[in-house]
Ligand binder design. Structure first.
Ligand code: PHE
Ligand code: CO
Length: 289
């Protein structure tokens, strides 16, 4: 796969100044719609009992009148009435500032392409299945919806502190790879997990990764890998608490402290971590993916 195929420095031809493009739903082929349907059926069959209640509630927003890749005209009518959010199509990964500005304004940018059949189980770049199936259900949750807005505003602010790398870890370990401790057990809510068949199983059931209670500063110190299953997952008690601690904390002093604190390698457990399950790290020590 050509990893750079959907990564640009300036809006490509046909894109607007904010990098959005028309979804052009009619242009997706029958095979592309069938790919969505296949991925959608596989995930919705396996997620009950694994995905957070909030995510399961939000899946209904994706059940549109026609099968296939969601038509944003119909999807956005539903999502906007739930939480004020909308999905906008973009050609691929967009610059940080553009991304944050969309989030701050309740717009979630979604890659306007779908994976090829040989990428059924893994691709490094977010496609429409990851972006829409993975992110939309939580965006339909009012509390999480507010968290994403706050994150977008915080992202714009972080650029002024040169703190993007630290803040990005918060997104990674919550929005993409977060776990939640429900009364009836540990559940997944991160989009990178719920949109992946294999990681939906690994994140909850595999003995290899550490599962550690969420701590804001700890998370922003923790390295992550983008090319394989995570070695750590961080567990929030509930989304309200995640929203509260991030909104009520001024990150400026944290960014200043982070400059002199060392990074924590992925897979490491600290003495004051509240550990939910201590991993063997067997998977990471082996061949990996
Ligand atoms: N409170 C953060 C700040 O002072 C902003 C933020 C909110 C960041 C929520 C992430 C998530 O920058
Ligand atoms: Co994502």
């Amino acid at each position: 796969m050509d990893k750079s195929s959907h990564v640009y420095d300036t809006p490509p031809a046909g894109a607007n100044a904010d990098w959005t493009v028309p979804q052009n739903w009619e242009a997706f082929s029958a095979d592309e719609h069938a790919m969505w349907d296949q991925l959608f059926a596989r995930q919705t069959a396996m997620l009950p009992g694994r995905a957070a209640d909030a995510f399961m509630r939000g899946i209904d927003v994706l059940k549109l009148t026609r099968p296939g890749i969601p038509d944003y005209r119909e999807l956005n009518a539903r999502l906007t009435s739930a939480t004020g959010w909308q999905i906008v199509a973009v050609p691929g990964l967009v610059p940080d500032e553009v991304f944050f500005d969309h989030l701050a304004n309740r717009r979630f940018p979604a890659g306007n392409f779908i994976r090829a059949p040989e990428q059924l189980d893994y691709l490094q770049e977010p496609d429409v299945f990851h972006d829409v199936f993975g992110h939309v259900p939580m965006l339909a949750d009012p509390v999480f919806a507010d968290y994403m807005v706050a994150y977008g505003k915080g992202g714009l602010r972080s650029l002024g502190f040169g703190a993007l790398d630290h803040l990005a870890r918060l997104y990674w370990y919550t929005v993409e790879f977060g776990l939640i401790q429900q009364a009836d057990g540990l559940r997944i809510y991160g989009a990178g997990i719920v949109s992946s068949y294999a990681e939906s199983i690994f994140a909850l059931d595999d003995p290899s990764p550490n599962r550690i209670m969420f701590d804001l500063l700890r998370v922003m110190r923790t390295q992550y890998r983008i090319d394989d299953f995570q070695q750590n997952y961080f567990v929030v008690s509930n989304i309200e608490q995640l929203l509260q601690v991030t909104v009520e904390t001024d990150f400026a002093p944290l960014y200043a402290r982070l400059d002199s604190l060392t990074d924590i390698p992925a897979g490491e457990v600290l003495a004051d971590d509240v550990v939910v399950t201590r991993g063997t790290q067997e998977y990471a020590k082996g061949a990996g993916r």
